[in-house]
Design a binder for this molecule. Structure first.
Ligand code: BG6
Length: 518
């Protein structure tokens, strides 16, 4: 996946995959550029974005001519900002702290103080990026990272346009990076997009869904399309159902302001889980070019059908206090900043069907939640039972269904479950598992999702960034569910540390199935 025309040609060439294989494995290094970060004092920047930039520098993937400009209200000098970046890196970077790497990066750190609607601050910003172009050689290539609430997008975009910062000159580029939530329903997603695309060309808008930056998620493509043995059984003839789980053991922490009124479905199902569904269910793209990959994902999202009985085939919950990891934890309503009687869900589950020849009749069950039994994200493809078992029923009493489980995190890998004979004189068959674990097969540690995504954005490499149509299709799926919930289905309490409300279990029981216990 890459930008350079040369590499794009290689990737779309299907003739000789081994040609230039050595060149293709060389890591791509970002070109001269700078990144302006709005919301640099926020949690995401501190814990993920700044450390990821340092990690890229430490891996030699950023050029010496790289600049990073923080924009915010704090009355900081460039040195104050450098100290802030240093602390964030020391506390959260994946790779070890190397003084020379940091010093190199530090040479390109700048800070601009101002409000998002202050023309004078944007004038100063224009001067600062110009200065970086001259002194650091950033080449007029500037990315604007909006790690800020969507309500502030209009102001920032307007100022960027007024100051001309959105307009590239002499073959340079200008890009904008936006973080979810991309709206809170279809209508607001469209409005938000209009605001951004008034100022930046669609191909210069990079929407971050950090799940797509995860190694294990990209491995879904390799697992399905680099192997001969899985694709023939990846369809309704063999698959009974699919379960996609994103369980977190944490509560909402200090994010009440963001989370309340948003809830699990909008926070992670609209983006992360529907992207996982699309990658699991899509047809093989003719190449991994952005347009081809996105088109296949969009076809799946467009073919999703909702259950007719939403009360029976969706579930919605809110955690109440309980015990987790030996610690007593608060309920959602007792968390700081949550209004009394809030009906925001912290657990969501739903059955979706995909009306295509490949998937007709195969339910995809999605569930996500906070304060669940443990932190785990996985995609489990559960197969139909063998049509006939030439054993006595007692010999196969414990036999489950075959399954392939893609373990996205934390224990990254793939598990296959199948029946095996128990040693002994009887033909007793029981489930066993066969395991691929990243840690056991590779010596390289997986980069953080943001490392990959920031690098791809600087390279102008778009396949891992959803385009607006995917965002809209996802809201189209979710809107009827959230509307139904708002009117008819307040969240059902579940105790922290459990696997969600009773209704989630009943939802699967109705279909004669059970959720996996990861
Ligand atoms: C974010 C959500 O997108 O993903 C958070 O807003 C959630 O609520 C987080 O905690 C989980 O990310 P990860 O990478 O830890 O699974």
């Amino acid at each position: 996946m890459s930008v350079s025309p040369e590499r794009d040609t290689q990737l779309t060439e299907r003739g000789n995959p081994l040609r230039d294989a050595r060149d293709r494995r060389l890591p791509l290094i970002a070109g001269p550029s700078s990144m302006v970060m709005f919301g640099v004092t926020g949690d995401l920047a501190k814990k993920k974005l700044l450390p990821a930039i340092y990690d890229l520098a430490n891996r030699g993937l950023l050029p010496p001519s790289f600049g990073l400009v923080g924009f915010g209200r704090r009355d900081w000098s460039h040195d104050d900002f450098a100290q802030y970046v240093r602390e964030s890196v020391e506390a959260h970077a994946r790779t070890p702290f190397v003084e020379t790497t940091f010093e190199q990066l530090r040479g390109g750190l700048r800070f601009v103080t101002g409000e998002f609607d202050d023309p004078a601050a944007f004038e100063e910003l224009t001067e600062v990026v110009g200065e970086l172009d001259r002194t650091r050689g950033t080449g007029g290539n500037h990315a604007f990272y909006l790690s800020i609430p969507p309500s502030a997008f209009p102001q920032v975009c307007e100022q960027l346009a007024n100051s001309g910062l959105n307009t590239p000159q002499d073959g340079s580029w200008r890009r904008v990076v936006i973080e979810k939530p991309f709206g809170h329903d279809l209508a607001s997603a469209r409005e938000l997009n209009d605001v951004v695309e008034k100022v930046f060309r669609p191909e210069d808008v990079f929407r971050i869904d950090h799940y797509l930056g995860k190694e294990t998620v990209q491995n879904l493509l390799a697992f399905r399309f680099a192997n001969a043995m899985f694709e023939p059984i990846w369809n309704a003839h063999y698959v009974d159902h699919v379960q996609i789980t994103m369980a977190e053991d944490i509560g909402i922490g200090s994010r009440a302001g963001y989370y309340d009124g948003i809830g699990t479905a909008r926070d992670v199902i609209q983006n992360h889980l529907l992207q996982l569904l699309a990658l699991t269910a899509m047809e093989e793209p003719i190449s991994f070019d952005a347009a081809e990959l996105r088109a296949e994902k969009e076809k799946v999202l467009a073919a999703v059908e909702l259950p007719t009985d939403l009360a029976a085939h969706t579930a919605r919950g809110q955690y109440v206090g309980g015990w987790q990891g030996g610690e007593q934890v608060k309920g959602y309503l007792e968390e700081e900043g949550i209004p009394a009687g809030s009906t925001t869900e912290t657990f969501a589950a739903m059955r979706l069907d995909i009306a295509t020849r490949r998937w007709a009749g195969v339910p995809f069950y999605l569930r996500a939640g906070k304060r669940l039994g443990r932190r785990v994200t996985e995609i489990a493809v559960v197969f139909r039972r063998a049509p006939f078992l030439p054993f006595r029923s007692t010999d196969t009493a414990d036999l489950g269904q075959n399954a392939i489980v893609i373990r996205v995190q934390p224990d990254e890998g793939v598990t296959m479950r199948f029946g095996s004979k128990v040693p002994g004189t009887q033909m007793e068959v029981r489930d066993v598992t066969m395991d691929f674990a990243y840690g056991a097969s590779f010596t390289e540690e997986s980069p953080e999702a943001y490392e990959r995504l920031i690098l791809d954005m600087l390279l102008g490499d778009p396949p891992l960034f959803p385009r607006q149509r995917e965002v809209e299709l996802s809201w189209q799926i979710l809107d009827p569910i959230t509307a139904f919930w708002a009117e008819h289905m307040p969240p059902e309490p579940y105790r922290a540390g459990t696997w969600g409300p009773d209704s989630a279990h009943k939802m699967l029981a109705r279909d004669g199935r059970t959720w996996r216990r990861p």
